[in-house]
Design a protein. Structure first.
Length: 206
C-alpha cells in the first residue's frame, strides 16, 4: 500500500492575520506535493505517465481543482477583499512553482512563459469549476469530480482510459481534499464569515 504524502496540516497560532503571501506559499507547497504524489500513485498502479510533459499536465489538473477548492473555503470564511487577495497570491505562487519545476526539465533558455501559461490555465479552470456545486467544505459534487476525472482521462493513453476515472474519484481525491481542507483552514486566523459554501460568485485569478 502506498503511504500518504506527509504535508503540514497543523500550524502554530499566530497573532493577527497571516499575509496572503504566507497563505499562498503554504497552499502552493501543499497542493503541489499532493498532486505530485497522486501522479506517482498512478504510476505505481501501472498507469502510463510516460513523459514529464504528461506528468506536468496531470499535476496542473489536480492543482487547479485543489486551488479552486481552497477558494470555495475562502469564500465561506473570509471577507470578499481578503479572499481576492489570498486567491491572487495563491495563483501567482502556483504559477511560480510550475515555472520552477518545468524549467528543471526543459532548461532555463526555453523562451516560453510557463508561469503565465499556468495562470491562464487556472483562470480557465476556475471559470469552469464555478459552474459546479460543492455541497459543503468536506466534499465536491459528483459532477465536479467527474469533470476533473475527464480532463485527466483525456491525457491518458487508450489502455488507461477505462479505469482512471474511478481511481481519481474514489481513491485519490477524497484523501487529497481532506488533507487540503485541514491545511488551508488551519492557516486562516480570520474570524469566520460563514457565508453559504456551495454557490459563490466565483472570481478567477488575475
Amino acid at each position: 500500500m502506498v503511504k500518504p504524502v506527509k504535508v503540514r496540516t497543523i500550524w502554530f497560532k499566530k497573532d493577527g492575520e497571516r499575509t496572503p503571501e504566507e497563505i499562498a506559499s503554504a497552499v502552493a507547497t501543499t497542493t503541489w506535493r499532493l498532486a505530485d504524489k497522486a501522479v506517482d500513485n498512478l504510476g505505481r498502479e501501472n498507469y502510463d505517465i510516460i513523459t514529464p510533459g504528461r506528468g506536468f499536465k496531470l499535476i496542473a489538473e489536480f492543482v487547479a481543482f485543489l486551488a479552486h477548492y481552497c477558494d470555495r473555503m475562502a469564500y465561506a470564511t473570509l471577507t470578499p477583499e481578503r479572499r481576492i487577495a489570498v486567491l491572487q497570491a495563491v495563483s501567482n505562487r502556483l504559477g511560480e512553482v510550475m515555472e520552477e519545476n518545468v524549467r528543471e526539465v526543459v532548461g532555463k533558455n526555453d523562451p516560453r512563459n510557463y508561469k503565465q501559461e499556468f495562470i491562464d490555465f487556472l483562470n480557465k479552470r476556475f471559470e469552469e469549476y464555478a459552474e459546479f456545486d460543492f455541497p459543503n467544505e468536506e466534499k465536491a459534487s459528483f459532477p465536479a469530480l467527474r469533470f476533473l476525472s475527464l480532463q485527466i482521462r483525456e491525457e491518458m493513453g487508450d489502455n488507461d482510459k477505462t479505469w482512471i476515472m474511478d481511481q481519481i474519484m474514489d481513491i485519490e481525491m477524497p484523501e487529497m481534499m481532506g488533507t487540503v481542507r485541514k491545511s488551508f483552514m488551519g492557516l486562516l486566523s480570520d474570524a469566520p464569515v460563514k457565508r453559504g459554501f456551495g454557490s459563490p460568485d466565483m472570481l478567477p485569478p488575475e
